[in-house]
Design a protein. Sequence first.
Length: 437
Amino acid sequence: MSTLKKVLAQKIAEHRPRTTRLVKEFGDVVLGEATIGQAIGGARGIKSLVTDISYLDPMEGIRFRGMTIPETFAALPKVPGKSEPYVEGFWYLLMTGDVPTMEQTLEVVEDWKSRSQIPAYVIDVLRALPRDSHPMAMFSSAILAMQRDSVFSSNYAAGKFNKMTCWEDMYEDATNLMAKLAPIGAYIYRMKYKADIHIDADPTLDMGGNFAHMMGQDAPYDDVARMYFILHSDHESGNVSAHATHLVASALSDAYYAYSAGINGLAGPLHGLANEEVLRWTQNFMQQLGGELPTKEQLKEALWATLKSGQVIPGYGHAVLRKTDPRYTSQREFCLRTEGLKDYPLFKLVSMIFETAPDILLEHGKAKNPWPNVDAQSGVIQWYYGVTQYEFYTVLFGIGRAIGCLPNITWDRALGYAIERPKSVTTAMLEAAAGIK
């Protein structure tokens, strides 16, 4: 058994009594009451999900296992000679809550390598799809196809279900899936956009380095990949991709069924598609300004014209955050310290918008949060490094989001969380509650 799995088993054994006690002794404690607006408005803000892996604070931003983004990046072991941490070490952190040593991190690196080979039948599935299929449809299909190899489903069908140990099967499925996602993403990219010419994995590289290699990207794109995957990994359990993954897994579905559902949610325009839409808007905005960087006054006039026409400034605002998204800040800092990127005209425009838009949005008065979110920056970096296929950006997001979703459903299974089944009401009931005759 790997060090990670041993530590995880110990953590689960220590945590289970806490959950059992809360349900048994304090199950009737009221956390809050839902409003009609919340019932109709997508259950926003209703406290009804549990995760210890990340928490989204309105003013601090995301915390991974209690650590802010800067603390996380500072604490994790870094790839020698690189500026960003191992993704594999971050996986260890999210699984256990412990910052891994370099030795523990490298053990995960080797474990993922041993599991990373894409099955031949998955390649067959991908190649059987129409070549103009959306890459997210391809990605989801590949994930779902691998369900045939689910350890959990195989053992469950054989009558080997034990509610105290079934988390181990989920862990194996989650790890097998996670190890294959980046190679599958790179295969889809090369098949669709690079003349179907593929690059074999390099067994000497970590996950981020190997993804860049299989994509055909030179350094420092390997660090871009590491940073991007970590920043997009987890964002509490209430966002669509994380919630869909949790919901499907709550029915004792395996990791492949569950994360395929999460990917399908991520593909929606209101969720993972936002990074693509923000980049399109920014490029079109620059073209409207004559293709050159505007003066500050020209930018103000253009932003006001956008708002007065009834449009929004994409990439600004967030459902929970009430300050600049720390994920935006991390990407901005990467750009500022990277030669070429810091002088890239599109990045300079993004920076000017960051310096100008919040004050305009505050004066406009309609935005609850006038600050940029992660999507305001991420597409620009991909475009600079030559990944110019907008529709592929959500696949990158999906690889990263798995790093959070899969540990979450491993812990859900370990703690025996029940099948999710909220209660619905009719519109007439809502009208009666509101006193409407």
